[in-house]
Write a protein that binds this ligand. Structure first.
Ligand code: DGP
Length: 116
């Protein structure tokens, strides 16, 4: 998938509506359309990167910024202390459906451990 077909690039451009909760020069966060938890926010780089497979050393600062944004959003959502889960799905076996790298921020309920 290229940038022009990308749903999340269209959300960034305002061509598809979303409930935005955070934006700065590098990243944007909005609520997931199919929430899997009471708080389910997607945090994405403003520049199209398809998946973790396309991250380069030049993106290391941006990747770190996704996490500092996640921390701030968790605090603003009131789940910093109760806890939350951060997930990045990569590729078909990783369950990635939208090929614009995104960090899922999930919280507001106790989640089962993913490793059983
Ligand atoms: P993943 O499986 O990791 O690629 O997750 C993609 C997520 O994106 C999935 O939880 C649903 C969400 N999603 C897909 N399309 C839209 C949309 O148009 N708007 C919003 N807000 N979320 C979307």
């Amino acid at each position: 998938m290229n940038k022009t077909d990308c749903i999340f690039c269209k959300i960034l451009a305002g061509e598809i509506p979303s409930t935005q909760v955070y934006r700065d020069e590098q990243v944007t966060a909005f609520r997931d359309i199919h929430p899997a938890a009471p708080t389910h926010v997607l945090i994405i780089p403003n520049r199209h990167i398809s998946s973790v497979n396309d991250v380069t050393e030049a993106d290391e600062g941006l990747m770190g910024h996704l996490f500092t944004a996640a921390k701030q959003i968790a605090k603003a959502e009131g789940i910093a202390e109760s806890g939350y889960r951060l997930i990045i799905n990569t590729g078909p076996d990783g369950g990635q459906e939208v090929f614009h790298l995104h960090l899922h921020l999930l919280g507001g309920q106790r989640m089962r451990h993913p490793m059983g």
